[in-house]
Design a protein around this ligand. Sequence first.
Ligand code: 13P
Length: 251
Amino acid sequence: MRKKIVAGNWKMNTTVPEGVELAKAVVAASAEVPAEVGLIIATPATHLCPVAEVVKGTRVELSAENCADKEKGAYTGEISAAMVASTGAQWTILGHSERRQYYGETDAKLVEKTKLALANGLGVILCVGETLEEREAEKHFDVVKAQTLNVLDSFTAEDMKSIVIAYEPVWAIGTGKTATADQAEEIHAYIRGVLAEKFGAQVADDTTILYGGSCKPSNAKELFAKPDIDGGLIGGAALKAADFIGIALSY
Ligand code: 13P
């Protein structure tokens, strides 16, 4: 049975002391959340070490927001998967639309990043999602399929045990404009079908597919009630522990 996960993506928010306080507040409130719901917080790279200390021995898992497409060496400013893993983090987000849009993240780079993340024992939250123009042109199914397969073609059913997909329609991120539960379910079910075609029904059934894009306590319940929506990747609302936990309590 696939795992339900609520993950917070802090993006480029909070200073280190603020992030440590936020992590402490999430840990403090996490006991209320049903045990079968996994909780992950993805912090800026600067926060991973101190936040790892805060979440150590708790149910809250830690994620990076990105890692490098190279193993190590002369790549100034980059942070390798091995470095991320050495902080105590168990996960990394990869392929977020903001990285695709602003930092030239291509599917080819994502293959390398995913390989390195898995090789270093990290779970991967792989983000896919169409832009508003693509949805209006009714290309959203094709775009999401291509983003999913362009990366996952290089991986095996065994690798899929460490990979979570996050469907994040770009037009819903930070806009307050959530996909309706039906719109999200339609794509989630489609992605699961793509996974079934590639890896078989069992892998498709076991893969957690998260929804991201203006998810908040007031709309999470309706989204999470859908059969193919296995949780959320939360941006803005993850910056307040009460809202983040409120979303996780929607299960
Ligand atoms: P918002 O929840 O702020 O729309 O962000 C979603 C997101 O991009 C999570 O990765």
